[in-house]
Design a protein around this ligand. Structure first.
Ligand SMILES: [Zn+2]
Length: 477
């Protein structure tokens, strides 16, 4: 009976550029054999010499993985009008890639692994991987991908290297402080492996540029640290049909997964909505143990290599958490949501959206939000207080942060405790709140205003601005 086989882009050149081919068959295997008869070259792409379907080619019958429907594809029947989808693990012109003598020596420990061999190494060389974020996760990720011989590594980052980065971002040296991250990263990665290409993108990833950027790559690795970018990456990957290798870190905990709507659920299937603003602090606000991004970024590199090589079981539909203090890995299984807003049956998102609005970005991340708060500069505050004006200065940071640096005559009032301690303050008084920069203080200001503290202000720039402009003896962190 007639069935349709959808041909992925890299294989279309074997069928005169056709997007789909109709064949007569009664089983999935029969359909693939019939496809192979159309072109000997195509047959070599999807079957090995012994006639076995290559394991980096996935076969879907409708939306079901055909390999999961029966022990062999010869046992999976097809009906007239069925659609078979071929999904190679990676799109790339592997066949044309050659390894030089020095590359063969460089990668010899790969070549002797049966799961890699020279064919796998060629796949790595042909692969194009985009790492979004060249920070704690992006450091081990790009270093290992470069060392492993991934042919083209794109790095997206807009930041410059800061001294507070060096504690965990091992791509950089102390001498790199002040340099653009992508520049320092390119130099380091090229020194590590001159046989590969490093492409730098010094841009803010946004809804208007994400699709054009991602289109050039086979796999996207999400090493970012904020929700708007995570949702942006997820949505762009789903729209373009690319795998999204994900990791995230916070203090002593990490998460890793592989989202690929063609193989399973996406990030939105697991987290349809971002957490409310302020609930999850960023690394800059909450801190992170230096080695933790090393562990998670390395696991991310592992999953990228598996996806490229088409070996093992990538973390599709599996979400792994790591608790460094307990030394516990936990694996959680999750399924595709049929009503997922982007990868579900009736998606409501069909193009990248405005993620800052979706995630209700607040605090230091949104300038317009800062504009709404009543701000007082560190200079103004110091002068007015010195002139005898009465202020209660509330430090909404954690006690251990106060030990690093604090402003004289401030009252410790950690943000989490504030709601229960409002009765300690008089709403008729002038209150000034500060934190490290301006994340928690804005949330605290909002809380105070709601509770009727009409004379509450935010110390603009927090203790960091104080240390920079008022008391230079105070350490900055
Ligand atoms: Zn989804």
């Amino acid at each position: 009976m007639p069935v349709k086989i959808l041909i992925p882009t890299p294989l279309r050149r074997f069928v005169n550029g056709e997007k789909s081919v109709e064949v007569e068959a009664s089983t999935v295997e029969g359909a693939l054999l019939a496809l192979g008869q159309r072109s000997a070259d195509l047959r070599k792409q999807i079957f090995d010499d012994s006639g076995k379907l290559r394991n980096f080619v996935n076969v879907f019958l409708g939306d079901r993985n055909a390999r999961e429907l029966a022990a062999t594809l010869a046992e999976v029947p097809v009906r007239a009008g069925d659609v078979i989808v071929l999904v190679p693990a990676i799109a790339g012109g592997v066949a044309d890639v050659k390894l030089s003598r020095s590359e063969i020596l460089r990668y010899s420990r790969h070549l002797i692994i049966p799961e890699v061999t020279i064919e796998g190494q060629k796949k790595l060389k042909a692969a194009k991987i985009l790492c979004v974020g060249a920070g704690g996760l992006g450091s081990p990720l790009t270093l290992y991908l470069a060392a492993a011989g991934v042919g083209r590594i794109g790095v997206v980052d807009f930041d410059t290297v800061d001294l507070t980065n060096i504690q965990r971002q091992i791509l950089y040296s102390t001498a790199d402080v002040g340099r653009p991250k992508v520049e320092a990263a390119r130099e380091r990665l090229e020194a590590l492996n001159p046989d590969i290409e490093i492409v730098t993108h010094s841009v803010h990833l946004a809804s208007w540029n994400v699709l054009d950027l991602f289109r050039e790559y086979d796999v996207i690795a999400d090493g970012t640290d904020n929700f708007p970018t995570r949702y942006l990456i997820n949505d762009a990957c789903v729209l373009l049909g690319k795998p999204n290798v994900y990791a995230s870190i916070f203090r002593f905990e990490g998460q890793v997964s592989v989202f690929d709507a063609q193989h399973g659920p996406c990030y939105r299937c697991l987290f349809p909505e971002p957490p409310p603003p302020g609930l999850v602090p960023s690394c800059a606000e909450g801190g992170v143990l230096g080695v933790l991004p090393g562990i998670l970024g390395t696991l991310q590199a592992l999953e990228v290599l598996k996806v490229i090589l088409g070996v093992g079981d990538p973390l599709y539909g599996r979400f792994v958490t790591f608790d460094a203090l307990d030394f516990k890995f936990r694996e959680l299984n999750f399924a595709k949501k049929t009503d997922c807003a982007i990868c579900g049956a009736n998606p409501t998102i069909t193009a990248p959206i405005d993620y800052e609005a979706f995630c209700q970005v607040r605090g230091a991340e949104s300038e317009s939000d800062v504009g709404q708060a009543q701000l007082i500069s560190v200079e103004d505050f110091q002068q007015r207080r010195a002139a005898g004006e009465a202020f209660h200065l509330l430090d909404v940071r954690e006690p251990h942060e106060r030990k690093i640096a604090s402003i004289p005559d401030s009252i410790p009032a950690p943000f989490d405790e504030l709601p229960a301690r409002l009765h300690e303050f008089d709403s008729a008084d002038q209150l000034v709140v500060y934190c490290h920069k301006n994340g928690r203080s804005l949330d605290a200001w909002r809380l105070l205003r709601k509770a009727g503290f009409g004379r509450a202000y935010v110390l603009s720039g927090g203790v960091d601005a104080w240390a920079e402009r008022i008391d230079r003896n105070l350490p900055r962190y």
